[in-house]
Design a protein around this ligand. Structure first.
Ligand SMILES: *Cc1c(COP(=O)(O)O)cnc(C)c1O
Length: 393
């Protein structure tokens, strides 16, 4: 098939819920993607923060080949090994206590909210159910996580939305204090708001929120769906904020391209959900957890995480040094970077970068968002910088 043929079929048979780029991708290698015409692109999207090992990574290909010949899926009615290995690695690397596996970020966050409500209802009664999230956040597309998402544009069409959600202005501790009343059971936040525009939270805000919540036994959950699995130069971003959350959700990068999500809790939350209270048919699926095992074995190494930090700094400095009135700000952490430009000109810049062989994401109304595979080389980053220089001068 070529681009025209696939566009026709997609339009005829697939629900039109995505505004796709005019590009038909057929294979990939490392940080490169190739379209149907054989054009090559540097992938600064990683499938929205997913392909942290790039494309066609030999260790991942081999592990999945091996696993597919043994066992792909059994359900959670039986014991299987890869999920236990992934849980062990996550717990031992963070000092948390236990893991639950799901399929996606939204499903993970759904579990976070259910767990927090049960924890609070067990201890304090059913009136304590409110979830505080932040304005401009993104937590997923299910009814609950859509409601937790602090952007008005998502709160349409699907009425009625579930009850018990309120939104705090990010980095506004007074607003937070005002909303932290006796009905609150959970505060849910991303350390860097990804979809919202690559907006890092202030360390002082995050630490103060965590302190106030712990005083009242309100649970603190960090949504690491986008920031986790090495993206910002530590296994999880909250580790650089020096807090101890009660719950952490993850997904995107964890499977390196296979669908997987999960939540991780500390000791006090680890027995809230008992047999039969929560579950997922595919949760902990052997292919997905085997992929996660492989991803962690590569990413969760001191030198690897250091290299993400170092490459991120190198890249961000270079972007900041581009002399252009069109670049309003460069922000982010590690290899999660937002280049802020004029809202009206953004689509044009994205198109020009694609013409120069660089695929990028957008976020919020003004950011060009860059989430390259974590394995990207300095030479590839230099090529991206070159393309930015050409487009922005
Ligand atoms: C992408 C994302 C989600 C939703 O993940 P899905 O796998 O698409 O359900 C939730 N939270 C954050 C921070 C995200 O970036």
């Amino acid at each position: 098939m070529n681009l025209e043929e696939i566009k026709t079929l997609e339009k005829q048979y697939v629900m039109q819920t995505y505004a796709r780029n005019d590009l038909f991708l057929v294979n990939g290698q490392g940080c490169m993607l190739y379209d149907d015409k054989g054009n090559s692109y540097i992938d600064m999207t990683s499938g929205i923060g997913v392909n942290c090992l790039g494309h066609n990574h030999p260790a991942l290909v081999e592990a999945l080949h091996d696993q597919s010949q043994k066992l792909m899926h059994t359900s959670n009615l039986y014991y299987t090994e890869p999920m236990v290995q992934v849980a062990k690695e996550l717990v031992e690397s963070t000092g948390m206590s236990k893991v639950f596996f799901a399929n996606s970020g939204a499903e993970a966050n759904e579990g976070v909210i259910k767990l927090a409500r049960k924890y609070s209802s067990d201890r304090y009664g059913q009136h304590r159910y409110k979830v505080l999230s932040l304005v401009q956040s993104f937590h997923g597309r299910t009814m609950m996580t859509l409601t937790a998402t602090g952007q008005d544009k998502f709160h349409q069409y699907f009425y009625p939305f579930p009850d018990g959600f309120e939104y705090v202005i990010a980095n506004d501790i007074e607003d937070f204090k005002q909303k932290l009343d006796d009905s609150v059971c959970l505060v849910l936040m991303e350390m860097i708001q990804g979809e919202g525009g690559v907006l890092p939270l202030d360390k002082t805000f995050v630490q103060e929120v965590t302190k106030l919540c712990h005083q009242k036994d309100v649970l603190v959950a960090v949504d690491e769906v986008q920031t986790g699995i090495g993206r910002t130069g530590s296994l999880f971003c909250y580790q650089q904020y020096e807090i101890q959350p009660d719950i952490v959700s993850m997904a995107k990068g964890l499977g390196g391209g296979l669908p997987i999500g999960g939540i991780m809790t500390n000791e006090k939350c680890s027995t809230v959900l008992q047999a039969g209270m929560h579950g997922s048919t595919f949760g902990g699926n052997l292919m997905s957890t085997r992929a996660a095992m492989t991803v962690l074995s590569i990413i969760n190494q001191k030198e690897f995480l250091e290299s993400v930090k170092e490459k991120g700094k190198y890249f961000m400095d270079a972007l900041q040094n581009i002399q252009s009135q069109d670049i309003l700000e460069v922000r982010g952490m590690g290899l999660m970077i937002g280049v802020v430009v004029d809202e009206k000109k953004r689509a044009g810049f994205v198109k020009k970068l694609q013409e120069k062989g660089v695929l990028v994401l957008t976020a919020g109304s003004q950011a060009i968002r860059l989430l390259p595979p974590l394995i990207i080389s300095k030479e590839e980053l230099d090529q991206v910088i070159q393309a930015f220089q050409e487009v922005f001068s």
